[in-house]
Ligand binder design. Structure first.
Ligand code: FAD
Ligand code: NAG
Ligand code: NAG
Ligand code: NAG
Ligand code: NAG
Ligand code: NAG
Length: 388
């Protein structure tokens, strides 16, 4: 039942930013200021897209710990509706409504809002099945199984891109398929070029160490300052790869904002939604954009999507409850991340330095990713207060 005096908050995208935002907002707003929160997503499940996703490629059973279906989200004092398997077909920002269409039936519906939070995230267009796209959890699992079968049948693997995704994939392949030779090709002279050179050196040392344990015919090779074109076997510097190599493109995300300009949503030249320091979409006070889809100049990682979620939740909760406090601002963050090298080694980078390395970080990261599921399921979970 819709209540007259309730505030309607529509969240497009139930990924990390959207789900954490909803959890944080519902926890912060007292029951008497009733909220009706609607999360719209193309899928019917939440997935922690991170190391667990990469691990699931080599070990698909791991995926069960990284997902839950939207129907199991708790809603505490407020009304929460998750409209899954729906995609947006129109945004009317001035009319304050969003039109959605059911992916299976094509049936459409219009949802009105007081606040709109756009958290549509990004896709990994170079490697389409790396991230979950639209559809149900069973399809996602089937896609991962298919990639896993390909890996099991591979005689050689090529990883294009030596950013965090390419490097974590290399680590997982070493843990699970040490007899398959791997060539990682990176266009820049430094792996993880946006952080410390020490990180690059640590990774090269790690490769040297694991190569000692691998059979001669199945070493890991790192090629920096080199490229490979689509449909070619030979790198720019002349290294020939096996014709039957299994290739993974790990060359970065693209925001899921195609066509948004037509709805008056301002985009930058990379297709990211332009926001101000309160993460409000330029020209609007009740429309915000969070996570990978906005144009805050920082790494597009979960860590920061989580911070965006909090800024938005605090500001909207204060406004809804009539509190006259200074709104939070989001300050663009310097790179801060743990990057796994298989399940028993990792590095932690911050800004331009290598802050930590070793087993302890490798132990920590999967634990943190697992706890994200708890928060996404239940806004009142203890961990929720620590995250958002
Ligand atoms: C392989 C991989 C590994 C990563 N590892 C790490 C890591 O170790 N640490 C880290 O901090 N970050 C990592 N990241 C980045 C991290 O996954 C993202 O920063 C994070 O998911 C961003 O959250 P988001 O909510 O903005 O977007 P998403 O999580 O992409 O969520 C967007 C949601 O919107 C939905 N959606 C999109 N368009 C529509 C539409 N039109 N209508 C309805 N629904 C829509 C999608 O289905 C999706 O559920 C990794 C990314 C990848 C791909
Ligand atoms: C994942 O879930 C399985 C049970 O489904 C459990 O045995 C395992 O320990 C979990 N792993 C992690 C890393 O949480
Ligand atoms: C959505 O907004 C437009 C523009 O104001 C309006 O014409 C339309 O009736 C609205 N739809 C609904 C269902 O409120
Ligand atoms: C990798 O990217 C190239 C284009 O850069 C594309 O031709 C190729 O099909 C992609 N490979 C896979 C496995 O997606
Ligand atoms: C790759 O190399 C093999 C020989 O090693 C050749 O048969 C094949 O046609 C090559 N493929 C392309 C796309 O160049
Ligand atoms: C947040 O703060 C700004 C600046 O004071 C305010 O104008 C705005 O209405 C607040 N709400 C949202 C949703 O950003």
């Amino acid at each position: 039942m819709s209540q007259q005096n309730s505030t309607k908050v529509v969240v497009v995208g139930g990924g990390l930013a959207g789900t954490f935002f909803a959890a944080s907002l519902m926890r912060r707003v007292s029951k008497k200021h009733h909220l009706e929160v609607t999360i719209i997503d193309k899928k019917d499940f939440f997935e922690v897209v991170g190391y667990g996703t990469i691990r699931s490629l080599v070990s698909p059973t791991y995926h069960s710990n990284m997902t839950h279906t939207y129907s199991s989200i708790a809603s505490n004092d407020h009304k929460l509706v998750v409209l899954s398997n729906k995609k947006t077909t129109n945004f009317d920002l001035n009319g304050k409504n969003v039109t959605i269409s059911d992916i299976t039936s094509g049936e459409s519906d219009t949802i009105v809002f007081d606040y709109l939070v756009i958290a549509v995230g990004s896709s990994y267009s170079s490697f389409p099945n790396l991230r979950p796209a639209e559809g149900v959890l069973a399809d996602r699992r089937a896609n991962l199984e298919k990639i896993n079968k390909d890996i099991q049948g591979a005689k050689h693997v090529t990883i294009v891109g030596g950013g965090s995704v390419g490097i974590e994939l290399m680590g997982e392949l070493n843990d699970h398929f040490p007899s398959v030779p791997v060539t990682l090709i990176h266009g820049k002279s430094q792996l993880l070029e946006r952080t410390s050179k020490d990180a690059h050196s640590y990774i090269l040392n790690w490769v040297e160490k694991v190569n000692k344990k691998r059979p001669e015919a199945s070493k890991i090779t790192i090629l920096v300052d080199d490229r490979i074109d689509a449909g070619s076997n030979v790198t720019t510097k002349g290294v020939t790869l096996p014709a039957d190599t299994l290739r993974f493109n790990c060359t970065g995300p693209k925001p899921n904002t195609a066509g948004f300009e037509a709805f008056g949503i301002p985009l930058d030249e990379s297709g990211r939604i332009r926001v101000d320091e309160h993460l409000r979409v330029e020209g609007h006070t009740n429309v915000l954009a969070l996570g990978d889809a906005n144009n805050v100049v920082e790494e597009k990682i979960s860590n920061f999507a989580r911070l965006h979620a909090k800024v938005a939740a605090v500001n909207i909760s204060n406004e809804v409850q009539g509190k006259n406090t200074q709104p939070l601002k989001h300050v663009p963050q310097e790179y801060q991340s743990v990057i796994m090298l298989g399940k028993s080694d990792a590095i932690m980078v911050q800004g331009n330095s290598l802050k930590g390395k070793g087993k302890m970080f490798a132990w920590m990261k999967p634990k943190i990713e697992s706890s994200i599921i708890g928060v996404a399921k239940n806004p009142n979970a203890f961990m929720s207060k620590m995250f958002v």
